[in-house]
Design a protein around this ligand. Sequence first.
Ligand code: PLP
Length: 379
Amino acid sequence: MECQDYSLTRTVERDSLNLNPLQRGGFLPVEARKALFEFSDGYSVCDYCAGRLDEIKKPSVTNFLDDLAQFLKVDTVRTVHGAREGKFAVMHAMCKPGDTIVVDGNAHYTTHLAAERNGLNMAEVPTSGHPHYRVNPEGYREVVDQLQDNGEEPSLLVLTHVDGNYGNLSDSSIVGKIAAEKGIPLLLNCAYSMGRLPIDAKKLKADFLVGSGHKSMAASGPIGVLGVKEEWAEQVLKRSPRHEVKELEMLGCTSRGAPLATLMASLPHVIERTKKWDDEVQKTRKFVTEMEKIGEIKQIGVRPKEHDLVRFETPLFHQIAETHPRRGFFLYEELKKRNIVGIKRGQTQWFKCSIYGFTPQQADYIILSFQEIGQKYGD
Ligand SMILES: *Cc1c(COP(=O)(O)O)cnc(C)c1O
């Protein structure tokens, strides 16, 4: 047979300033691009494997996992295929089908799917709704109390550290305190935080952490990080009776080759960038202030921002779209003319964006571009 066209060029998206929050933390530094080339062959990290991915000495996955554990202040670390697989593994090891777990109202769909695939019921801690969508950490106590009053003992609490809709940062330490009081372990979903901001599992009082290499740790992926408190390591990392060195929940080995090599190569870069997190937050706050000055643009979610993911409601652009010959596509096209991408085509009522990792000059250019577009069509 002859293959069809799967054109794999991505010059526009790569060469432009990409505002898609999903893309901002996954850019590879040069070291990782070299590793990507070096380890591009399938099982390339497995040349010197004696049966355990986490114990490979060349390249030293062992040293890497040690460093990663130290960086996250967590007892034990494994790599998984993504944040979702990390959540699935924890739920699978800690809960039985029919159990109830407690999740927050901003939980990612992959939390829901991981629970569904494990046959778990979910009780939800609601958010405050529009416009802030705040998750009250004390809400976990109320939901657990309610469940217990009905004779149900939840087996896991899951908190989204930073959610992907509003970029709200939740106070994990309060939920962790409640979890400890109730004797229920806490799984913290750090897909949007690990690799961007400093994570300290001890301070956050989390029993489990999951992170996403391709989302926030400058890795090609798909790869995720699972951090486990010593207390649960045996249960979550139990071995196969038949293949004694293989860890069951990991299905033996997880992400291999280029995804792992890029995650490893990027760690020093990631460690350095998390030290500059406060600057990123300040840059984001300035961005919000300037965007709102344009008028008819409003940041939704908790204010002031504590994370780079920003959701704006943009009646300004929606009004322009009503009479513009290109309708809803005008915004995407105007931005693209200025080498800015990452806002969904046709979307003008609201959008999510991030300027994480851009230089102050690039951030100013982005602000200026939105101002220009607003003025060009404004009355
Ligand atoms: C992106 C995201 C995920 C999924 O991460 P994967 O590593 O792709 O599984 C999970 N949770 C949140 C909050 C996310 O933003």
